[in-house]
Design a protein around this ligand. Structure first.
Ligand SMILES: N[C@@H](CCC(=O)N[C@@H](CS)C(=O)NCC(=O)O)C(=O)O
Length: 225
């Protein structure tokens, strides 16, 4: 049985969508990153980087959401094109999400909601990079049903993970400035796997208060003492 180390965050949620798409049974080990469980030795043995998600599949350990997406897609030969030229297209979009949208969104959320000081330069830098990246994705989805073309792939699941949290960055207007991404999200919301991932999230409760313990767990470099 597979074991997903999970917190209800965008990076874990994209992996949950793939597991449900593949219809694979899996156990869940909740890792409450607000309580510092990502630093416990038992979890560090699975992911030495101390971040969720991570997956153990019959003794095979994979960490980082995009590595997990690719590992499972390759293993099951699904949601990944087999022709190399089409795979190149899929990898390009997947990595744009992995190395652009994901870290820019994470940093934007950090400076908008968690930073102990108001830093307009940092907020502007990351929010603008998130907007710029969504504009690139929006243009792509204006002319293509899915990020990699005609077929639904793990690149789309990766985008869904972060786009589902866009409200933390854009507030009430959400993805309104990116209508093709919005259309994509509506289509995604109708997929049973996405609904199952959302049910998994709802079934787990995690600490939500950003107190001193949580600041120390998430931002140890800034914690006093
Ligand atoms: N590149 C990694 C990023 C993972 C990541 O940043 N996970 C966050 C939650 S979304 C986390 O575990 N944070 C805990 C910490 O930084 O201590 C991935 O895509 O899996």
């Amino acid at each position: 049985m597979m074991n997903l180390y999970f917190h209800a965050t965008p990076n874990s949620m994209k992996v949950a969508v793939l597991l449900y798409e593949l219809n694979l049974p899996f156990d869940v080990t909740p890792i409450d990153i607000f309580k510092g469980e990502q630093h416990l030795p038992a979890f560090r043995a699975v992911n030495p980087n101390g971040k969720v998600p991570a997956l153990v599949d019959d003794g095979v350990i994979v960490f980082d959401s995009h590595a997990i997406l690719l590992y499972l897609a390759e293993k099951h030969g699904r949601f990944i094109p087999s022709a190399l030229s089409r795979k190149a297209e899929m990898l390009s979009w997947l990595h744009l999400v992995a190395t652009g949208l994901s870290p820019y969104s994470g940093q934007a959320i950090h400076f908008l909601h968690y930073a102990p000081e108001d830093l307009p330069y940092a907020k502007n830098r990351y929010v603008k990079e998130v907007e710029r990246t969504y504009a690139v994705l929006d243009k792509r989805l204006e002319s293509s049903e899915w990020l990699a073309g005609d077929d639904y792939t793990v690149a789309d699941m990766a985008l869904w993970g972060w786009a589902a949290s866009a409200g933390y960055i854009f507030g009430e207007k959400g993805l309104r400035d990116f209508p093709a991404v919005q259309r994509f999200m509506t289509v995604m919301s109708e997929r049973p796997a996405v609904q199952q991932a959302l049910a998994l999230k709802a079934a787990h409760s995690f600490k939500a208060v950003l107190d001193a313990e949580t600041r120390k767990a998430l931002f140890p470099q800034n914690a006093n003492g």
